[in-house]
Design a binder for this molecule. Structure first.
Ligand SMILES: Cc1cc2nc3c(=O)[nH]c(=O)nc-3n(C[C@H](O)[C@H](O)[C@H](O)COP(=O)(O)OP(=O)(O)OC[C@H]3O[C@@H](n4cnc5c(N)ncnc54)[C@H](O)[C@@H]3O)c2cc1C
Length: 525
C-alpha cells in the first residue's frame, strides 16, 4: 500500500484522522479531488474520541459567542438529517438552582432567540415531569434542542463514505515533515508507525487537520498557529440516569453538562491549560473527579449513588487568546487559515477550533478553499447527502444508506455480540473479515463493542474468539490482544476504582485473570 501511495500525486493530503480530517476527506473526495488522509494512530484517538458527544443546540455559547451558537444550531439540524443513525434527539434543559441568578436564564433565553435557537422557558414542575432525574430544588428551566452524537459512528460513516468516493486513507502513518520548495508546499514525509518504513508523498495542497497537534504540524511547515491546549476530564456512569441533556444555567463552568448516551451517562467537564507535551498522555486526577462529582450531583443528586464506569480526558483544540487562563472564554468558533494569504506559504491550509458537531462545516470551509486554489468548481453536497449507516439492516433503506451499509452481508447475523451497544455478530465478523480491525481496541473504535455499561466484560471475550476464527489469529495472539484491550480499559477504571466500581473491577479480574488466565499474556491485565 505505502509503495503505491508514494508513487501517486494527490490533489490534497489531509493530516489527522479525527472528525475534522475524515469529514474533510469525505468532502474533498465527493468533489472529485484525488485525496489522501494520514493518521498517525487509529481514528478518533484525539479529542474526537474523548468528549461528551453533546449535539449542542448552541445554547451553551449563546450569551458570550453568538456566532458559534448560530453555527451549532445550523449544524445540529443538518446532522439530525444526514447522520440520524449517529444522533439521539432527546432535547436538553438548562436548569437554575437556588444559588443561581435567574437573570442569567433571561439572558440565555434572549440570546438563544437572537442566534436562531428554539428555546422555551418552562415551569420547574414541568421540568421535573419531563426529566424526573433533575435536581428537585431547581428554580427555573429552559428547554433547547440539545441531543447526543456518537463520535465513533460519525467518524466511521465519514471514513467509509470518503473511501467509497475514492479517497486513500492510511492509519498508523505519521507525518514527520512538510516538504517545501521555496514558498510552496509540495507534499509530506511519512513514517509508518508500525513498520518504521519512511517515504514521501506528493500533493498540491496539505490540509492540517491535526487538532491540538496542528501547532506542531504548522511548525514543520515553517509557520505558526498559536493553540491553547485545554484539558477536559469526564466521567461515565454505568446507567442512563437522565433522559435529556441537563446543563446548568450559568456561565460555562466545571461539571455542568450531563449527557445521556445509550445506556450510560457522561458528566463533563473540567477545563485546564496543559502543555503540548502532556497532550499525548492524559490522566484524570482525584481533584478533577472530586470537582466533577461535586458539581454533577447538583444537576442530578442520584449520581452520588450511581456506579462510575470510567474516567477519561481529552484536549480541546482551541486557538489561543492570550488573556484566558482556563480557556473557557475562548471562542469555539471555526478557524480556517489560508497560509498563502496569511504567511505567503502556498499549498498549506489549517482547519481547527470548532467542535465535533460543527465538523461538517469545518470540512466544507477547508474544502472550499482547496477547490478555489485548484480551480475546481464543484459545490459542497455534504449537508444534503446522507451518511452511510454501517449496520443498517433495513432492506428498504434509502439509496444513500444502502450504498454505504453492508446490509446484505449482515442481514442474517443479527445475534448480539455486544448487548450494550447492540453490535451484531454480522458487524463484528464483517469488520474483522474486511481487515478494518486487526485488534480488539480497533474493533471497539469501529463498532463501539466494549464501550457500554459492561465495559467489555462479556463482548471482549466473544470478540477475541471471533478474532481467532475470522481474523485467523492463533490463541496466543488473541490472548495478548485481549490482555491489551482489558489493560486499556483499566486505565479508565483505575481513577474511579472504589466502592461498587472496585467491586465490579474485581469481578472482571476474576473472570479474565482467574478463569481465562489472562495474566500469563500481560502484566497489564
Ligand atoms: C473534554 C472535551 C469535551 C468536548 N465536548 C464536546 C461536545 O460535547 N460536543 C462537541 O461537539 N465537541 C466537543 N468537544 C470538542 C471536540 O471533541 C473537538 O473539537 C473535535 O473532536 C476536534 O476534532 P479534530 O479532528 O479537529 O481533532 P482530533 O480529534 O484531536 O484529531 C486530530 C488527529 O490528528 C492526528 N495527528 C496529530 N499529529 C499528526 C501527524 N503528525 N500525522 C498524522 N496524524 C496526526 C492525531 O492522532 C488525531 O487523531 C470536546 C472536547 C473535549 C476535549
Amino acid at each position: 500500500m505505502s509503495n503505491n501511495i508514494a508513487k501517486k500525486e494527490y490533489d490534497v493530503i489531509i493530516v489527522g484522522g479525527g472528525i475534522t480530517g475524515v469529514g474533510t476527506a469525505r468532502d474533498c473526495a465527493m468533489r472529485g479531488l484525488k485525496t489522501l488522509l494520514l493518521e498517525r494512530s487509529d481514528f478518533a484517538t484525539g479529542a474526537t474520541g474523548r468528549n461528551h458527544g453533546l449535539l449542542h443546540s448552541g445554547a451553551r455559547y449563546a450569551v458570550n459567542d453568538s456566532a458559534s451558537a448560530a453555527e451549532c444550531i445550523r449544524e445540529n439540524m443538518i446532522l439530525r438529517r444526514i447522520a440520524s443513525h449517529c444522533v439521539e434527539e432527546h432535547d436538553g434543559l438548562f436548569i437554575s438552582l437556588p444559588e443561581d441568578d435567574l437573570g442569567y436564564q433571561t439572558q440565555l433565553y434572549e440570546a438563544c432567540h437572537r442566534a436562531g435557537i428554539p428555546a422555551d422557558i418552562i415551569d420547574p414542575e414541568e421540568a421535573k415531569r419531563i426529566e424526573p432525574a433533575v435536581n428537585p430544588a431547581l428554580t427555573g428551566a429552559v428547554r433547547v434542542p440539545d441531543g447526543s452524537v456518537d463520535p465513533f459512528r460519525l467518524v466511521r460513516a465519514n471514513e467509509l463514505d470518503a473511501r467509497l468516493h475514492g479517497a486513500d486513507i492510511l492509519t498508523y502513518h505519521e507525518v514527520t515533515d512538510i516538504v517545501r520548495r521555496g514558498s510552496r508546499v509540495e507534499g509530506v514525509k511519512v513514517r509508518n508507525t508500525q513498520s518504521g518504513e519512511e517515504f514521501a508523498v506528493r500533493g498540491s495542497i496539505v490540509v492540517n487537520a491535526a487538532g491540538i497537534w496542528g501547532m506542531l504540524l504548522a511548525q514543520m511547515a515553517g509557520v505558526e498557529v498559536k493553540m491553547f491546549p485545554s484539558k477536559g476530564a469526564l466521567l461515565i456512569f454505568a446507567n442512563r440516569v437522565n433522559k435529556m441533556v441537563i446543563n446548568r444555567c450559568h456561565k460555562a463552568s466545571n461539571g455542568d453538562i450531563l449527557v445521556p448516551d445509550g445506556n450510560v451517562t457522561i458528566l463533563g467537564s473540567t477545563s485546564d491549560r496543559v502543555s503540548i507535551g502532556e497532550c499525548d498522555d492524559m490522566h484524570v486526577t482525584p481533584k478533577e473527579i472530586e470537582t466533577l462529582m461535586r458539581e454533577g450531583t447538583k444537576l442530578v443528586p442520584l449520581l452520588a449513588s450511581t456506579r462510575m464506569l470510567r474516567a477519561y480526558a481529552g484536549v480541546r483544540p482551541l486557538v489561543a487568546a492570550d488573556d484566558d487562563a482556563s480557556g473557557r472564554g475562548i471562542s469555539r468558533g471555526i478557524v480556517c487559515i489560508d497560509h498563502e494569504e496569511r504567511d505567503g506559504l502556498q499549498g498549506f491550509i489549517t482547519i481547527t477550533g470548532g467542535k465535533l458537531m460543527t465538523y461538517r462545516l469545518m470540512a466544507e470551509m477547508a474544502t472550499d478553499l482547496v477547490c478555489a486554489k485548484l480551480h475546481v468548481a464543484r459545490k459542497c453536497e455534504t449537508a444534503m447527502i446522507i451518511l452511510p449507516d454501517i449496520d443498517s439492516k433495513a432492506d428498504d433503506a434509502p439509496a444513500p444508506l444502502r450504498r454505504g451499509s453492508r446490509t446484505v452481508a449482515l442481514r442474517d447475523e443479527k445475534m448480539y455480540v455486544c448487548e450494550c451497544h447492540k453490535v451484531t455478530l454480522g458487524e463484528i465478523r464483517d469488520t474483522i473479515a474486511s481487515g478494518q480491525a486487526e485488534t480488539l481496541t480497533q474493533l471497539r473504535r469501529r463498532t463501539r463493542m466494549g464501550m457500554g455499561k459492561c465495559a467489555g466484560r462479556f463482548c471482549a471475550l466473544r470478540s477475541a474468539r471471533l478474532m481467532c476464527s475470522v481474523g485467523k489469529k492463533d490463541a496466543a495472539q488473541s490472548g495478548r490482544d485481549l490482555a491489551d484491550f482489558i489493560g486499556e480499559r483499566w486505565k479508565g477504571i483505575y481513577p474511579v476504582g472504589w466502592g461498587t466500581t472496585l467491586a465490579d473491577g474485581q469481578y472482571m479480574t476474576s473472570v479474565y485473570q482467574g478463569l481465562c488466565g489472562l495474566d500469563q499474556f500481560s502484566g497489564d491485565a
